[in-house]
Design a binder for this molecule. Structure first.
Ligand SMILES: *[C@@H]1O[C@H](CO)[C@@H](O)[C@H](O)[C@H]1NC(C)=O
Ligand SMILES: *[C@@H]1O[C@H](CO)[C@@H](O)[C@H](O)[C@H]1NC(C)=O
Ligand SMILES: *[C@@H]1O[C@H](CO)[C@@H](O)[C@H](O)[C@H]1NC(C)=O
Ligand SMILES: *[C@@H]1O[C@H](CO)[C@@H](O)[C@H](O)[C@H]1NC(C)=O
Ligand SMILES: *[C@@H]1O[C@H](CO)[C@@H](O)[C@H](O)[C@H]1NC(C)=O
Ligand SMILES: *[C@@H]1O[C@H](CO)[C@@H](O)[C@H](O)[C@H]1NC(C)=O
Length: 361
């Protein structure tokens, strides 16, 4: 007969054994707390295209296939339900939240060993209950993670293996108006995670706290690693991705790069960020994913990320309504002035809706 302490140790080992042997592509990540993993994310993941308000050039399914594991969306209340828009639905309407989540759910179902996160920017301060039907109809609610309290300290986040074993592989955050008591799986962002500045126009990036309602040192860390260029038109300031510097911004190293920004965080906080939000994440192929793997001390992913249109934009592009080629936009930014003939025609129709917009992200 085995001594009791051995039996109980065996029982403990059995009860805590992880079923999943690969988590987000790596066995090492199964035993790693969600709070100790670096994930690549997409800023305005639904804003796909070449208009001035677009931030991505690959579909959300392609983003996930390429290794993106944090999807940021900006939700707006419209007469036809919640839509994913950029600043305003008249400027850019990326379709309904419901359709978007259905696409995400399809990927989640066919990738049972991956944990993803969704960050909802609740632009119109809707109650969290307004979001549940879109998650339900997409079949995603069952995959969401409900923490045991409204605020989880960094070290208390479950491991990826635990999330995968429990089938709760979708971690949903919302910036404002979450309610743990009414919808526990829509996690209040700022009592669990802090962000550094967004819409920055300087390649220095920094890594100072910009928004939190808690103590940054014991929270998840999200960095807004997208560089904007800002225009003032008709008294309205607006920000668009600085496509002229996208290659430097999405590189692994060098001034203004992801590695540079992460280095700032490491020197201030002594650790790597959890979420790195990018615009046109694919501009430098595998660079962001290879860097994240290195930060996570795992081998580089083996899939190949193909650079999309941002990298191959030519000097002559479509300049139709609300359309501008990457190069024309770049040209305007490079010369440090607005190409009014081009940009004004394109923007006039949208300035009205941008004036008075509370949050331009
Ligand atoms: C899992 O991680 C914990 C600490 O994070 C460590 O003590 C333990 O040995 C690890 N187990 C395995 C199987 O790697
Ligand atoms: C959302 O928009 C609809 C239609 O415009 C409106 O009836 C409803 O009151 C709005 N909901 C909230 C919470 O603002
Ligand atoms: C959620 O999961 C439960 C238990 O596995 C299942 O009975 C239920 O049908 C699922 N609901 C949806 C909407 O998929
Ligand atoms: C946060 O970032 C925004 C946008 O870059 C900036 O306007 C604001 O001053 C920052 N706030 C703090 C407290 O750093
Ligand atoms: C983009 O940056 C990489 C380094 O990350 C460099 O090797 C490459 O030549 C750059 N491409 C362009 C078009 O500047
Ligand atoms: C994970 O922990 C290691 C070891 O303490 C640390 O170097 C790394 O920065 C951490 N990463 C994150 C995202 O917390």
């Amino acid at each position: 007969m085995l001594p009791t302490f051995i039996l109980s140790t065996l029982a403990l080992a059995a009860s805590t054994a992880l079923a999943a042997t690969t988590c987000n592509g790596h066995s090492e990540l199964c035993n790693r707390s969600y709070g100790n993993v670096t994930f690549v994310g997409t800023h305005d993941s639904y804003a796909v295209g070449s208009s001035i308000a677009d931030n991505q050039d690959q579909s959300v399914t392609q983003q996930l296939n390429d290794g993106v594991r944090m999807l940021q969306v900006q939700a707006h209340n419209t007469s036809s339900g919640i839509h994913l828009c950029h600043t305003s639905c008249s400027l850019l309407d990326g379709g309904s939240l419901s359709d978007y989540l259905t696409t995400v759910a399809s990927w989640v179902k066919s990738n049972p060993n991956d944990v993803i996160s969704i960050l909802i920017v609740n632009s119109d301060n809707l109650p969290p209950t307004a979001y549940t039907s879109a998650f339900d109809s997409a079949g995603l609610t069952n995959y969401t993670y409900s923490p045991s309290s409204s605020s989880t300290t960094l070290s208390a986040w479950p491991t990826l293996g635990t999330l995968i074993d429990a089938g709760t592989r979708v971690v949903v955050f919302m910036d404002y108006d979450a309610s743990f008591s009414s919808v526990p799986w829509i996690i209040d962002e700022f009592s669990n995670m802090w962000e550094d500045a967004y819409d920055v126009t300087s390649q220095t990036f920094g890594c100072a706290v910009n928004r939190t309602s808690g103590t940054a040192g014991s929270q998840l860390m999200l960095i807004n690693h997208f560089l904007d260029t800002s225009y003032s038109l008709g008294g309205t300031q607006f920000w668009v991705p600085d496509k002229t510097k996208i290659n430097a911004t999405n590189s692994a190293s060098g001034y203004g790069s992801i590695g540079f920004h992460v280095g700032n965080c490491e020197s201030i906080w002594g650790r790597n960020p959890n979420h790195i939000l990018l615009d046109f994440y694919d501009s430098n192929g595998n660079a962001p994913f290879d860097l994240a793997a290195s930060l996570n001390s795992v081998s580089a992913p083996t899939n190949t990320v193909s650079a999309g249109s941002i990298a191959t934009a030519t000097t002559t592009g479509s300049t139709g309504t609300a359309q501008v080629s990457a190069s024309k936009l770049s040209g305007a930014a490079v010369t440090g002035r607005l190409d009014l003939g081009l940009v004004l025609g394109m923007v006039l129709g949208v300035v009205g809706v941008m004036v008075g917009a509370g949050r331009v992200l």
